[in-house]
Design a protein around this ligand. Structure first.
Ligand SMILES: Cc1cc2nc3c(=O)[nH]c(=O)nc-3n(C[C@H](O)[C@H](O)[C@H](O)COP(=O)(O)O)c2cc1C
Length: 168
């Protein structure tokens, strides 16, 4: 256990936020952490939108199926990947997770809302006027938690093997 692993283990998806802005310094530092995520061939094939205007948050929320709570978040990140980069999905998922952990380290909760594979990926891209060589990978509403729901996690023994998998 150390500070880093404790922050990771304390993270839970947060879908209900206090009506308090997230400071610019926190937003900027979270994006710095996203920027440092690993990428295939170091392509860094991403573009990160920061949405704070209430009207825009409501429009993005309205396009999603399971992300209506974006409307009430103080901020929502939108991670886009360059379609031509073979591993844009993995790269942008790594960036998204770095955003999540960085925000958590400041006590800011967030919830990954699917973007890739969703019918609303294109409408969200067009709404935000993002060029079409990018595609939406994730939406990440964030804010200080008003409520946190804890999800059950699989035990380590259910998910691990060492050296070679063996049937019980
Ligand atoms: C790729 C991905 C897509 C997700 N999409 C949604 C979503 O559209 N709406 C939502 O409320 N949660 C979404 N989640 C959050 C999951 O529901 C959540 O991570 C899961 O229930 C486990 O809970 P925890 O994050 O608190 O550990 C998504 C998570 C991932 C990784």
């Amino acid at each position: 256990m150390n500070v880093g692993t404790t922050i990771i283990k304390c993270r839970h998806s947060v879908r209900s936020y206090k009506p308090v802005p997230v400071e610019d310094t926190i937003i900027r530092d979270a994006i710095e952490c996203a920027r440092f995520a690993p990428t295939a061939m170091n392509l860094q094939p991403w573009l990160i939108g920061v949405i704070r205007e209430r009207g825009m948050l409501e429009k993005v929320a309205g396009l999603t199926d399971h992300g209506r709570f974006i409307a009430d978040a103080p901020v929502c990140f939108a991670v886009f990947g360059e379609r031509k980069a073979k591993y844009y999905l993995e790269d942008c998922c790594a960036a998204t997770e770095n955003l999540i952990i960085a925000l958590q380290s400041y006590g800011v909760g967030s919830c990954w809302v699917a973007g890739d594979k969703k019918e609303y990926a294109e409408p969200v891209r067009r709404l935000l006027r993002v060029p079409d060589h990018y595609t939406l990978v994730s939406l990440l509403p964030a804010g200080y938690p008003a409520d946190i729901a804890l999800q059950k996690k699989k035990e380590q023994d259910e998910i691990v093997f060492f050296d070679q998998y063996k049937e019980d």
